[in-house]
Ligand binder design. Structure first.
Ligand SMILES: CNC(=O)[C@@H]1CCCN1C(=O)c1ccc(Cl)c(COc2cccc3c(C(F)(F)F)cc(C)nc23)c1Cl
Length: 247
């Protein structure tokens, strides 16, 4: 029994999702644009590559953890999310936060020279070489390239992110129906938005769910390898939120 949403309800939901994204994206789109040709020099790249692996890992994990906190704030602002039971809120964030981070990373990616915004300038893939997980970083860059090709607007990215988070197919959900209703409303509003902006064609080109999932699984493997290699760091120095969500 498909439900009907009034235009007012659709507009209100679009406003809620777009506002949630605008208030919780760590870097403003315009600032990222201005800086996009500020790249690291070969000497700077070399000095990054010569730093010890645990040093770079720890900095990256701190950046990732901070970015995840912004994504938690994004989720909390999505209408209906805070009305879900706390267990389901954690289940949805645990499963979807990293995928949303990958979507957000593409906003800070310059697909003309394959660089990504990192610590103030745009960095090439090589800068992460000493991390010893070039397959993970490489697949993140590939994903950014395919997302850049879609030339997604902030509105579209906001909806894609909200539907990744409010995904009723996540395992261990207690109140699946409630998430289903939220997801269906987002789907209606997203399609309405795409119809009015003549952008329905992107629906068939969005990255498959499995692709995001596989990168995130690579994330977990790398993280476990790193924790084994540097047991000292993994426990204490990881910010608590990271432990809660990923360990
Ligand atoms: C635009 N910038 C960004 O999106 C990210 C998040 C916010 C800040 N930030 C960066 O500075 C950044 C940008 C690009 C890259 Cl490739 C990186 C390095 O990313 C990672 C290096 C190591 C491990 C990473 C892991 C692992 F495995 F720990 F789970 C997981 C993710 C997702 N990213 C890792 C980083 Cl940390």
């Amino acid at each position: 029994s498909e439900f009907v949403m009034s235009v007012t309800e659709l507009d209100l939901l679009i406003q809620n999702v777009v506002l949630a994204q605008g208030e919780t994206c760590r870097f403003r789109q315009e600032n990222l644009q201005v800086l996009r040709w500020e790249t690291y020099s070969p000497e700077e790249v070399l000095s990054f590559q010569q730093k010890p692996i645990d040093h770079i890992w720890e900095r990256c994990v701190c950046h990732v953890t901070e970015a995840i906190q912004y994504i938690v704030e994004f989720a909390k602002r999505l209408s209906g999310f805070m009305e879900l039971n706390p267990n389901d809120q954690i289940v949805l964030l645990k499963a979807g936060a990293m995928e949303v981070l990958l979507i957000r990373m593409s906003r800070a990616f310059n697909c003309y020279n394959s660089t990504v915004f990192f610590e103030g300038k745009y960095a090439p893939l090589e800068i992460f070489q000493s991390l010893g997980c070039s397959d993970l970083i490489g697949s993140m860059f590939d994903l950014c390239h395919s997302l850049c090709a879609l030339n997604l607007s902030e509105h579209e990215m906001a909806f894609i992110s909200s539907m990744i988070l409010l995904d009723p197919s996540r395992p261990w959900l207690q109140d699946k129906q409630k998430v289903e209703i939220l997801h269906k409303k987002l789907d209606h509003a997203f399609r309405y938005l795409l119809r009015t902006s003549l952008r329905e064609s992107i629906l068939t080109k969005l990255p498959q769910k499995g692709r995001l999932l596989s990168i995130c699984q690579l994330h977990m493997e790398k993280l476990n390898i790193f924790r084994q290699m540097y047991p000292g760091i993994a426990c204490e120095r990881f910010p608590p939120l990271y432990k809660e969500l990923f360990i």
